[in-house]
Design a protein around this ligand. Sequence first.
Ligand code: PEP
Ligand code: MG
Length: 598
Amino acid sequence: MSFQLFGLPVSRGVAIGRAVLVSSSRIDVAHYFIPAAEVGAEIARLRAARDAVVAELTTLQEDLPGDAPAELSALLDVHLMLLNDETLHTATKLWIEGRYYNAEWALSAQFEVLARQFDEMEDDYLRERKADIEQVVERLLRAMARGSPRLIEATPEPVAASATNEPLVLVANDIAPADMMHFKRSVFTGFVTDVGGTTSHTAIVARSLDIPAVVGTREGSRVIRQDDLLVIDGDAGLIIVNPSDIVLEEYRFRQRQRDVERQRLSRLRNTPAVTLDGEPVEMLANIELPGDASAVVAAGAMGVGLFRSEFLFMNRGGALPSEDEQFEAYRAAVLALNGLPVTIRTVDIGADKPLERMSVNELRHEHALNPALGLRAIRWSLSEPAMFRQQIRAILRASAFGEIRLLVPMVAHVGEALQTLEAIARAKQQLTDAGRAFAPVQVGAMIEVPAAALVLPSLLKLFDFVSLGTNDLIQYTLAIDRGDESVAHLYDPWHPAVLQLIDTVIRQARQAGKAVSVCGEMAGDTAFTEVLLAMGLRSFSMHPSQIAPVKQVILRAHSKRLLPLIAGAFHGDDVWAGCERLRAAAAGRAQLDAQRVA
Ligand code: PEP
Ligand code: MG
């Protein structure tokens, strides 16, 4: 049956592929691909888990006291029967052999198929048997975790395509940012989730993968089935399930058109970004792991404006990376950039980026009353002084191999800034005492809390540069959770309060002679390029794939065209109407550009 679903468009382009459902089991399940050579070993893990659970349940049954309720013994019988039934085992094996899923993923994928079959049963008694299968699957997952847990690397090797060689699209209720990292170099050609907002970290990672994605569909993972054919229209936020041949052909045509357009844009790689009125603009890139550096160089970026170092801290079962491990990672990024500057942000753990793999929902509900306002970013680092100094030392040591700038996330208070600078001074002293080399490093603050924007002159006295984190700045200015799809329509970067704060920060930083850039998603959104230029911004940091389209707009822009409209909006008597006019003027230009491309 063909039908459509709508969500929030978060990563552009068209993806066509078979749906792979990632279940939302109560147990945290790792999803990754195994090398073809390990299929046998993975099946053996599955078998070992089954043997362990059979032994566990048999012992349990034998040890039941004589007066135990008969239902208990009957229940154990049912569970043992399910475990010994070859259907579950054989079907799970097929996911491992055919798709190279790890055993846990294969098991949860098969559970998903069975659960739907049970949901559709007319008979109440049979329908309720789904709970038994769920319990058995959970026992198996636990047994696997106890048995031979695999250590998942933060940067898995690229994996072979699925055995069927068909493109795959991932469908999930939610994908934690840490899980997204596993998919970084995998075969998925698109993502669909039920929850999330346009600047949630899951969406950001999807954009960094340059893969079409739609989030916030609310019910995607419930109504889409394993192996359904999906078209993801990442521009419109549309998912077409089991499309007709005509629709499919139309979207294949669009895919080809986009490839041609990309190739055309890639020719801008070595063209300097200079506006029509001769203003040079610095184009920087955002990365999550050192391995992303090659894409930065390929895109012709002038350096890294934001290295989200927290991704080095994820998928490690909560263990922190050592100073040497971090040093190696930072040095790898610096060496790959070959003389271009790398801005490393100190760890921004918390909110929708927990240390351990965990869904955003779990995090929201179980771990903190209000994680976005809790112990995250610099607050967390300052509460872990040994960890923080270790990270700073690793960053400083890497500075001996190329230009590094150190960026501090979520500063809101001068006290935090002073404590951070003190930690940096201590780390430097420790390195000097140990005879370790490091170079001078500029220190900057992310401006992503309205409070920081409003006390900027005081912060500018302490820092060498600032970088606007517009994703959080919008979230905190408008009191809209950036990861919550139910309020996503209110997450409005065009809100006059947001625009005024951005304008203030750019103006005051420039007046103070300090470098200022934008590294939030706004920097890579061509709708804002001319507005930011007119506010005086000359440094943009974005996903490597966004560099060419933004550069194209810069090459055709006059840096002051929108200045009168900005001044009129902020100094007129109706700031709201003024910003609407600004938005319309910026959109008019974007439309013109789109027509020219067509
Ligand atoms: C931001 O908030 O704009 C930013 C760049 O940081 P992050 O998205 O990682 O919170
Ligand atoms: Mg931020």
